[in-house]
Design a protein around this ligand. Structure first.
Ligand code: ADP
Ligand code: MG
Ligand code: ZN
Length: 555
């Protein structure tokens, strides 16, 4: 026995048609059914819905479910009704008939689950309606939406705490993403001073193979990854809307069935892509992060990132969409110096308060640490979430341990080049100085007279690229938004500069090859986004209300 009552088991099989509970479900169901305040963090696909749906059927009265997406609500209500459960949703997409049906069931008192969008809580009359509806349990799905600085913040989630106090009923909150800090924030905002019982489910998704690669020829890297998986459902995440379109076209040219998806498309067109993804079994969707939360397809076989995600949480959530059915799934995440610079600038150019920016840099650092890891990715990823696993044997680094070298000397040379040029230049120009490359820019600035000119001839351009990338990844240097992204040394680099610490770097495993010299700081595709960002920032400076990061959600 797993501690849950026989009633829970019989409802599980008779209503939901499942043979047994998934890990943690039984304990959570028991606690929620008993009226305990619960905060449950279970990975995507872990089966969180059941953890409030089943207790709702064990308790008398009505369970109100706050959920952020109409599509999610509708799916769940439909499934519940098919299982013979009296459930309804009040959403802005309801027809009058649907509303009438919900209110009818409410007044009769036989509604068991009522789904509501958070916006509904702000609507007049909702408080009174709920006060008289016989609510005995509040469930909050996607509870991280209450976290103001997360990427899914929904202001109306902040009303839930007051609703709980007004109704004086137990609250059960569910989410897949929450590091310790976010967990505390969720608990404080939803439960006030009360301490919920926290269930922290395993974050490991053992069927998902993890892999990262430094950007080399990014389009070819993505195309060849996809080519090896032709005919399977997959998602390619891109950092910009423009890239989704060009890459989707390249995928089609390469013989895939592929469609672009981003927040700038017409709602109808977006729904059509969602529909086809759900029904086709070989479609590749090339998307921004706008393609996400509502997608509930069990057999996505692979997820690739053509650009680095914004944080370790975002990474986990995005790769987590693959392999929900438990069968093997593959992932590949590309990253390069442009990505690091872009993500840093997004944070710095946003209007979040300083302490939040620091936290965001920290979450990006955690992802960069994962990207540049020397051993097992899964171990690295899961330890971020507080787990202590063994090396997994199912990631690129377990498959092929990377070669490393003592990078202390190289890093010191690079730091010296940065400091001697006034912390104003990017990796390309600094590399020219280090390898002794007489470009026009080098000559015009007199950088060929520096003592560091040519001291890095022992490494080729590609290796220097890897050195700078890893220095950025380890946050030894940061692009300075005030200086067009020129690299600035951070305090973390001082011990190395003073020869008080050494540093181990990865060798890049790819074969050496000439790269075009010094690139522009921002790739063409990113330029519109960054200038939109700057315009937004200026507008916001005058009317500082909405945090600037909202535009990155690309909803
Ligand atoms: P989450 O919200 O945690 O991402 P869901 O509640 O959407 O997960 O559940 C994911 C899938 O797992 C759904 O298809 C659901 O029907 C299925 N599922 C949930 N619990 C069980 C169970 N005990 N046995 C089998 N399948 C389950
Ligand atoms: Mg869910
Ligand atoms: Zn591993």
């Amino acid at each position: 026995m797993d501690g849950s009552s026989p009633t829970a088991h019989s409802i599980l099989s008779e209503v939901f048609g499942f043979d047994g509970f998934r890990p943690m479900q039984a304990d959570i169901v028991t606690a929620v059914a008993a009226g305990t305040d619960v905060l449950a963090i279970l990975p995507t696909g872990g089966g969180k819905s059941l953890c409030f749906q089943l207790p709702a059927l064990m308790r008398p009265g009505l369970t109100v479910v706050i959920s952020p997406l109409i599509a999610l609500m509708r799916d769940q209500v439909r499934a519940l009704k098919e299982a013979g459960v009296s459930a309804g949703a009040l959403t802005s997409a309801n027809t009058e008939d649907e509303n009438a049906e919900v209110f009818d069931a409410l007044y009769k008192g036989d509604l068991k689950l009522l789904y509501m969008a958070p916006e509904r809580l702000a609507a007049g009359g909702t408080d009174r309606m709920l006060a008289h509806a016989g609510v005995t349990l509040l469930a909050v799905d996607e509870a991280h939406c209450v976290s103001q600085w997360g990427h899914d913040f929904r202001p109306d989630y902040l009303r839930i705490g007051a609703l709980r106090r007004a109704l004086d009923v137990p609250l059960a909150a569910f989410t897949a993403t929450a590091d310790a800090e976010t967990r505390d924030e969720i608990a404080a905002r939803l439960f006030g001073g009360d301490e919920p019982t926290v269930f922290l489910g395993g974050f490991d998704r053992p069927n998902i193979h993890l892999a990262f690669a430094a950007k080399d020829k990014p389009r070819e890297q993505i195309l060849s990854f996809a080519a090896a998986r032709k005919g399977q459902s997959g998602i390619v995440y891109c950092g910009t809307r423009a890239k989704t379109e060009t890459l989707a076209k390249a995928m089609c040219d390469a013989g895939h069935s592929a469609l672009a998806y981003h927040g700038g498309m017409e709602p109808d067109a977006r729904r059509e892509v969602e529909r086809r993804f759900q029904t086709d079994d070989d479609l590749v969707v090339v998307a921004t992060i706008a393609f996400g939360m509502g997608i509930d397809k069990p057999d996505i076989r692979w997820v690739a990132h053509a650009d680095l995600p914004k944080s370790i949480e975002a990474y986990y959530q995005e790769i987590g969409r693959a392999g929900r059915d438990g069968a093997p799934a593959e992932t590949l995440t590309l990253f390069g110096t442009d990505d690091i610079r872009f993500r840093r600038m997004q944070i710095d150019e946003g209007l979040a308060p300083p302490e939040r920016r620091m936290a965001d840099h920290g979450r990006l650092n955690a992802l960069l640490g994962l990207a540049e890891a020397h051993q097992c990715r899964r171990l690295n990823l899961l330890s971020y979430f507080g787990e202590k696993p063994e090396p997994c044997g199912r990631c690129d680094l377990c498959d092929t341990p990377p070669e490393t070298f003592d990078g202390t000397e190289a890093v010191r040379k690079a730091l010296s080049a940065i400091l001697r040029t006034g912390e104003m230049f990017g990796a390309g120009h600094l590399t020219d100085i280090l390898v002794g490359n007489q470009t026009d820019k080098v000559r015009q600035r007199g950088h060929d007279d520096l003592p560091t000119f040519g001291v890095g001839k022992d490494l080729d351009r590609r290796m220097w690229g890897a050195v700078f990338r890893q220095m950025m990844g380890q946050d030894l240097v940061r692009p300075d938004p005030e200086r067009h992204g020129g690299l600035r040394m951070t305090d973390a680099a001082r011990p190395i500069l003073r020869a008080e610490a050494s540093i181990t770097l990865r060798k890049d495993t790819m074969k050496p090859e000439r790269r075009p010299a010094a690139k522009t700081l921002v790739s063409d595709e990113d330029a519109p986004l960054l200038s939109a960002l700057k315009a937004k920032r200026r507008a916001l400076a005058e009317n500082a209300r909405v945090p600037a990061y909202v535009i990155f959600n690309d909803r």
